[in-house]
Every structure is written in structure tokens, then in C-alpha cells.
Ligand binder design. Structure first.
Ligand code: NAD
Length: 464
């Protein structure tokens, strides 16, 4: 068990980081790039240990750890190092003739002292990616990783300690009570990833100090499949995206909404693809993960009560193994259809007409992701237009996360604010508008006593 950080240690880190920032130590771009290079080096040096920690926390395969955790972080750091001189440069914009003559700029400045709180499901990547953005933008950071993925949280803190002065970036370990202590402090920016319920607690605490906040939350991401799809390939992509990390992915397809005419053949194909990916007994597969802890395991188990299992449902509590499971038409009011599943259970709901499909989807909270498998371009475009969601993919799932040219984030109940690549630099920067006037010239009419006739002024303003 990770020990909770002491209040006195938190207080010291907080005060030291305030001083560090006010001394403008984080401002030089050269310093930011150098420290990011050191971080990249430390991650590469420790890659095997990071992967071992992820295996011990979630039994992630080396392949998953590389492709969904370390490589993504390394890519993000490399992008920041390359683009920082461009993104951080003051940008000259056209001046207003009303201020003639002037030179106008937008200057990105760091917010200051940032707090980042992260979850356990991709415990390396979800801690490091926002941290990299916050550091690139010139902030100090206190990172509170999840207490549930303790092996990874420990290696994260070891790497951070080896690279950063603790007055610049510090890891504070502990559970929800430590997060509450941290949230009582006044931060310049809070970045939170986790459940919607806790997201509301974070937002309330941030509101006390009017602290700007990014909330990366969860939700039920639907996956629609119509009868025009190539079924085998569709099934393969769904099985991969649903069962990666044992279904504990915020953007995993939460439930399928399938056209009735292909339902049974799709189910057969899903079962074949599960077997081909993980064998007849996925418990023996080196590529199939485990549930994070007993509490989550029991929640998943409970959600299967009174459900019609089409495939799987096999569990081994001692190993926290929960097999890939397909559930047939769970009722709308069941836990499976009310709450985010966040595990390897995939409900399959069928529709005949488009109207019926909309009936299944309507009235739900805005999800973090939305997936459509179809060969009909209009069908895809109309649905993407009609529904609001964090991010969408046609004919695949979860892959939008990997493109750092796309902003990643939720909307409504699934969050607010977006990051990755340029968007990370943006959310951790305040864009300060600066107007530099000259003493050369003034419109005499701007000063009182004001002109009595406004027609010349209107004429002038309309033409500026
Ligand atoms: P969680 O909300 O329980 O915990 C996340 C973090 O919040 C942890 O560090 C935890 O210590 C802290 N925390 C817990 N209770 C708190 C409290 N009362 N006050 C302050 N902090 C508290 O979430 P989780 O179970 O770790 O993660 C699962 C959820 O996260 C899912 O809903 C999933 O969809 C979501 N998620 C979202 C994204 C995203 O990018 N949008 C990514 C991963 C996970």
C-alpha cells in the first residue's frame, strides 16, 4: 500500500513551487526544452521497469504497454521539444485602425502552479501526457497519481524525482483524502482525469477559487453497426478496442447498437475474434489483462446479475480475471445500460429501423466517444451531425486517441477542455493580448468634449 503524503510535505512543496514560479525559473524556453529532453531520456532508460510496473498493476502485455503508454508519452515529449519555439512565440496580429498606430500581439504565458490528478487505467500515459503539456507551457506541477495502480505510481514518482527539482515538478502519493487536501489549496490550473462523480467534486473545489479546470471524464460510448459493414473486419476491430486493457478504457465501445438483420452473424464473428485473439481460455492468454482491484471486480460481477449472457461471463476472483463477455439486450434500466461499464462486458442491443436506433440513443448524457460502423456515407455524416460527443470514429474505435493533431476531451458529463499536442500547450497557457501604442497620433474625437454630430464617427467606424 502506498503511504499517504503528509500535510506538512504537501505544504512545503506548494510553497516551494510558488516561489520557483515567481522567480520566473520556468520561463526560458531553452530550460523547458532541456528538461523535457531529460524526461524523454529517463523514460527510455526505464522503459522495461515501466512495463513491468504496468504488468504488475494491470497485467498489461509488453505490446499494450508500449503502444498505449510509453510510446504515446515519448511522441508527445518529442513534439513539444520540436514545436515549443513556435508555439511559445508571441504572435503578431493585425491592429485595429481605431488604435492607429499600434503593434498588437498574443503572448502565451504559463498559468503558474498546476495540479494534476490522474486515474489507474492507463496510469503512466494519463499521468505523463498532461504533465508534459503543463511543463512545456512553463508551469510548475504537483501530480497526484492513482493509489490503485501503485507500482506505476511509484515508478512515475521515481522518474520525476530523478529529472525535476521538486520545486518545479513533484509527485504527491496518496488516496482520495490526499487529493482532497490538495484541492483545498489555491491552484492556477487544475487538470483532472477520472470519473464523472469525482469530476464534480473537483469542479466544486476549483470554483471556490475560480480556478480554470480541465475535466477528462468517462461515460457510455455507443457503437452503432448497420447491415452494410464487412462483418469479420468490424468484429475484429470491436474486439480489439473493447478488450484492450480488459475493457478498462475510457473510450472503449461501451455497448453495441446493431441492425437486427446482422445481429446473430455479428455475434458469431465477435466470438470467433475473441477466440482468435485470446484463445479458448483467455485466462491463459499473455495478452489479456486483469481487473484493477476487488471493488471494481465485484461491481462488474454485480452488473451481470439477471442478464442473458451470449458468451463468456467466466471469472476468477483470486486472479481478478474477468473473461470477455457478450450480453444480449440488457434492459434500459439495468446497471449495464445506466452506468459506464469500464470492463470486458459488451451489451448488444438491436434495432430494425433508424427511428428505433435513435430511440435507443436519445436522452443519454453526451459520451466521451461515439462510433459508427457503416458503408453508408450519409448515414455516418447524419449521425455525427445529430449527436454531441467528445470524439468520433467511423469504421473503427479508440484510434482517434493516437492522433496528436486531434484535440482529445469530453463534453457535458464526459468532461470539459481538450489536450494532446498543440492543444495541451494551449490549455496550460493563458493567451495574453498586448497592444503596444505609439505617442504619434490620436483621433481627437475620442476625448471629451465629444463631437455633437455622430454621423462622421459612424461613417469612420463602419469603414475601419
Ligand atoms: P476516480 O475518479 O475514482 O479516481 C481518479 C483520481 O481521483 C485518483 O487519483 C483518486 O485518488 C482521485 N479521487 C478519488 N476520489 C476523490 C475525491 N473524493 N476527491 C478528490 N479526488 C479523488 O477514477 P478512477 O476509478 O481512477 O478512473 C475511472 C474513471 O476515469 C472512468 O469513469 C473513466 O471513464 C475515467 N477516465 C477518463 C479518461 C479520459 O481521458 N477522459 C481517461 C481514463 C479514465
Amino acid at each position: 500500500m502506498l503511504k499517504n503524503a503528509l500535510d506538512t510535505d504537501i505544504e512545503n512543496i506548494y510553497t516551494n513551487q510558488k516561489n520557483f514560479f515567481s522567480q520566473q525559473r520556468t520561463l526560458p524556453i531553452k530550460y523547458r526544452r532541456e528538461i523535457l529532453k531529460k524526461l524523454l531520456f529517463a523514460i527510455r532508460e526505464n522503459e522495461k521497469r515501466i512495463h513491468d510496473a504496468l504488468y504488475n498493476d494491470l497485467r498489461k502485455s509488453g505490446f499494450e504497454s508500449l503502444t498505449t503508454e510509453t510510446i504515446l508519452v515519448e511522441k508527445e515529449i518529442k513534439k513539444m521539444i520540436k514545436m515549443l519555439p513556435v508555439w511559445s512565440r508571441p504572435k503578431r496580429v493585425k491592429s485595429s485602425l481605431l488604435n492607429f498606430p499600434s503593434r498588437d500581439f498574443i503572448v502565451p504565458e504559463p498559468y503558474g502552479n498546476v495540479l494534476i490528478i490522474t486515474p489507474w487505467n492507463y496510469p503512466f500515459q494519463l499521468a505523463m501526457t498532461p504533465l508534459v503539456g503543463a511543463v512545456a507551457a512553463g508551469n510548475t506541477v504537483v501530480l497526484k497519481p492513482s493509489e490503485s495502480s501503485e507500482n506505476t505510481s511509484l515508478i512515475v514518482s521515481e522518474i520525476i524525482n530523478s529529472v525535476f527539482d521538486s520545486s518545479h515538478v513533484s509527485v504527491v502519493q496518496g488516496d482520495a483524502s490526499v487529493a482532497s487536501t490538495l484541492l483545498k489549496k489555491r491552484w492556477d490550473y487544475i487538470f483532472y482525469t477520472g470519473s464523472t462523480a469525482v469530476g464534480k467534486i473537483v469542479a466544486k473545489a476549483a470554483a471556490e477559487n475560480l480556478t480554470p479546470t480541465t475535466l477528462e471524464l468517462g461515460g457510455k460510448s455507443p457503437c452503432i453497426i448497420d447491415e452494410t459493414v464487412p462483418i469479420k473486419k468490424t468484429a475484429k476491430r470491436i474486439v480489439w478496442s473493447k478488450y484492450i486493457n480488459c475493457g478498462q478504457t475510457c473510450i472503449a465501445p461501451d455497448y453495441l447498437v446493431v441492425q437486427k438483420s446482422i445481429k446473430s452473424i455479428l455475434v458469431n464473428n465477435l466470438i470467433n475474434e475473441i477466440k482468435s485473439a485470446f484463445g479458448k481460455n483467455p485466462i491463459n492468454s499473455p495478452d489479456y489483462g486483469r481487473i484493477i482491484h476487488k471493488k471494481h471486480f465485484n461491481k462488474l460481477k454485480l452488473s451481470l446479475n439477471n442478464q442473458k449472457i451470449l458468451y463468456g461471463g467466466i471469472q476468477d476472483e483470486k486472479q481478478l480475471y474477468f473473461g470477455p463477455t457478450l450480453v444480449d439486450e440488457p434492459p434500459n434500466e439495468s446497471i449495464l445500460m445506466r452506468e459506464e461499464i469500464f470492463g470486458p462486458i459488451l451489451p448488444i442491443i438491436s434495432f430494425d429501423s433508424e427511428n428505433e436506433m435513435h430511440h435507443i440513443l436519445k436522452g443519454r448524457e453526451k459520451p466521451l466517444a461515439f462510433y459508427i460502423f457503416s458503408n453508408k456515407k450519409n448515414f455516418i455524416d447524419n449521425i455525427f451531425k445529430r449527436y454531441s460527443f467528445g470524439g468520433g470514429v467511423a469504421n473503427d474505435a479508440i484510434v482517434h486517441f493516437a492522433n496528436d493533431n486531434l484535440p482529445f476531451g469530453g463534453i457535458g458529463n464526459s468532461g470539459m477542455g481538450e489536450y494532446h499536442g498543440k492543444y495541451s500547450f494551449k490549455i496550460f497557457s493563458h493567451y495574453k493580448p498586448i497592444v503596444k501604442r505609439s505617442f504619434l497620433f490620436d483621433l481627437p474625437q475620442r476625448y471629451a468634449p465629444y463631437p455633437k454630430s455622430l454621423s462622421f464617427l459612424k461613417f469612420l467606424i463602419n469603414r475601419l
